[in-house]
Design a protein around this ligand. Structure first.
Ligand code: HEC
Ligand code: HEC
Ligand code: HEC
Ligand code: HEC
Length: 464
């Protein structure tokens, strides 16, 4: 089944992501990112990528070495790395795989289909597209940074402080909550037009969508977190970015699920929200080979019930324990109640989803204000890899999140100067082996995965 291929990130990423954080360990963490909880709906006109592309602005060939690199456009277009993938997002719609999806769905050419353009191009509505806006540019600068009409002229002048830019409509992407909201629109889905990969789109051949805020941010990186950056914008740090990303992902999934109708089509709820392989499993006739599913202590549901995909809930539970035992207990109780309600009654499950989303929001607020210490980061790493949490890796998606989390937490320890690069490098081979366990969703075996993860945990003990 072609569509079961996971993200290229998990498929290909087995080595350290180079995190361009220049020794800001001591500076990190001081900023409390408590503002702007909801997405700032940018009302600015999207002037188009060409408006950013002057050689004295963002299209230099090489890093300028002052304030910002100024070669952001070249990075955004880089065909050889994931950092260049957004510039190609529209173009892939013209290619055979996308055309085949659109044909199966009967929606006309993919490059014109509203079902695709919400994520494969800048989704600015028609009345907010400036003269140089081109759909063909794919996910352009303003799809993330916000429509620039209010700040394009002023952001390079003396008065162009970051606060002024933000007041004029630039999105404060250094704030993990703001960033998560922007990325999740396309890397999970939203209720805005054309921003949801339904199970129908998946069944027509779309790859599955996998996301982790900090790791994917590093892959995108066209900026340096140096002293100058921290002074202008503050720096959330990798652990905080990861934790907020998990909380916001839980909130997003449950909020979309609990919308009236739950986005369901026909007689069924929308299957995108569920663990794919709980349905897409081989059926064994040999009683000795069954069951192939495993009971999961985090979700007390009967056999045969499709489980809601809990990949981010598991990570959030691990992060919550380290920061707030009371919020962790509330989240745990709400998430169990949600799974139980899912097996019982549709309306009850909607209400339980609303409560769980609220718990996740409380956690994202707590994380946004929290400064993660080395001790806490190691505690989260330990929680992700061992103990009660690790018993919850019974399905593919949660397991893939666990490996990405270990990667992110180890990277954060190195880039904040809280762990020795060499010591972490010695843990890497076990992490590479764990990545291999989640490369092919169809070959995923929970027992083998947990054994592999235990080896990461064993190696990571050297950091204590
Ligand atoms: C909610 C946002 C969203 C929508 C809607 C969406 N996509 Fe995607 N698409 C993505 C993301 C994100 C990826 C990358 C997934 C990954 O690798 O993690 C992707 C990847 C793809 C790929 C693989 C690209 C490659 O480089 O291999 C194709 C093809 C594709 N989408 C086609 C479509 C088509 C056709 C539609 C409309 C029917 C569509 N997409 C709708 C978000 C979306
Ligand atoms: C997929 C989302 C995304 C796209 C597309 C994108 N950026 Fe960014 N950009 C970010 C994020 C996230 C950051 C880091 C957070 C921050 O400092 O704003 C960033 C940082 C930057 C910075 C560094 C700011 C600093 O203060 O040091 C510049 C400059 C920048 N982007 C310019 C561009 C330009 C120009 C384009 C288009 C060619 C572009 N970006 C496309 C997400 C994006
Ligand atoms: C408007 C939609 C949109 C937004 C907003 C967006 N992305 Fe994407 N992103 C995509 C699509 C579509 C793809 C797949 C493109 C392709 O494969 O051609 C993608 C691909 C990626 C990839 C490569 C994934 C892979 O499997 O190779 C990374 C990394 C990424 N995005 C990070 C981010 C981050 C971090 C943010 C937020 C700062 C973000 N994106 C915001 C649409 C978006
Ligand atoms: C509740 C059960 C259920 C869940 C959960 C589920 N699916 Fe499906 N899926 C189905 C059914 C039923 C079909 C239609 C099968 C058929 O027509 O033979 C299907 C079809 C598909 C197909 C097309 C298969 C083919 O051979 O053409 C793909 C691909 C797919 N699903 C991917 C996914 C992904 C990815 C997820 C998780 C995001 C997922 N499914 C979650 C039940 C499920």
């Amino acid at each position: 089944m072609g569509a079961a291929r996971t993200s290229r990130v998990i498929g290909a990423l087995c080595a350290t992501v180079a995190v361009a954080v220049c020794a800001v360990g001591v500076l990190a963490g001081r900023t409390a990112f408590a503002q702007a909880e909801r997405p700032v709906v940018s009302r600015g006109v999207h002037e188009g990528v060409a408006s950013c592309a002057d050689s004295s602005c963002h299209s230099r060939q090489v890093d300028s070495g002052v304030v910002v690199r100024q070669n952001e456009l070249i990075t955004w277009q880089d065909p050889s790395s994931p950092a260049g993938v957004h510039s190609r997002a529209w173009r892939v719609l013209t290619q055979p795989r996308a055309q085949a999806i659109a044909r199966k769905m009967g929606i006309g050419p993919a490059e014109d289909a509203k079902e695709c353009l919400g994520c494969h191009a800048d989704p600015a509505p028609a009345n907010l597209r400036g003269a140089k806006f081109r759909v063909e540019d794919g996910v352009g600068c303003e799809a993330c940074h916000g429509g620039s009409s209010g700040w394009l002229a002023s952001h390079r002048t003396v008065s162009g402080t970051h606060a002024n830019n933000v007041a004029n409509g630039m999105r404060a992407l250094e704030n993990p909550k703001v960033r998560a909201n922007v990325c999740l629109d396309c890397h999970f889905g939203s209720s805005k037009p054309g921003q949801f990969v339904t199970h129908r789109i998946m069944a027509a051949g779309h790859p599955r969508v996998s996301f982790e805020l900090d790791l994917f941010s590093s892959l995108l990186q066209h900026w340096d977190v140096d002293a100058d950056y921290v002074k202008r914008k503050g720096y959330a740090g990798g652990v905080r970015t990861w934790a907020v990303g998990q909380a916001m992902a839980v909130d997003r999934a449950l909020t979309l699920y609990s919308e009236p109708g739950g986005r369901g089509q026909g007689a069924f709820p929308e299957l995108y929200f569920f663990d794919c392989h709980s349905c897409h499993r081989e059926i064994q006739d040999d009683p000795k080979a069954r069951p192939t599913w495993e009971a999961n202590p985090g979700r007390p549901i009967p056999a045969g019930q499709p489980p809601f995909n809990d990949e981010n809930m598991i990570m959030l539970a691990a992060a919550a324990q380290a920061v707030s035992p009371s919020l962790a207990a509330r989240f745990e109780a709400d998430s169990r109640a949600f799974h139980v309600a899912m097996a019982r009654d549709r309306n009850e499950s909607m209400r339980a989803a609303g409560r769980l989303a609220a718990s996740a929001r409380a956690l994202s607020d707590a994380f946004a204000r929290h400064d993660f210490s080395r001790r806490e980061t190691l505690a989260i790493l330990d929680a992700v890899l061992t103990g009660e949490i690790s018993k919850r890796y019974t399905d593919y998606a949660g397991s893939a999140q666990a490996v990405m989390a270990a990667d992110t937490l180890l990277n954060a320890l190195v880039s904040s100067g809280q762990a020795d690069r060499g010591a972490v490098a010695r843990i890497r081979p076990t992490l590479t082996a764990a990545y291999a366990q989640v490369r092919d969703p169809n070959a995923y075996r929970p027992g083998a995965f947990r054994t592999s993860l235990a080896q990461v945990a064993q190696a990571a003990r050297s950091l204590r």
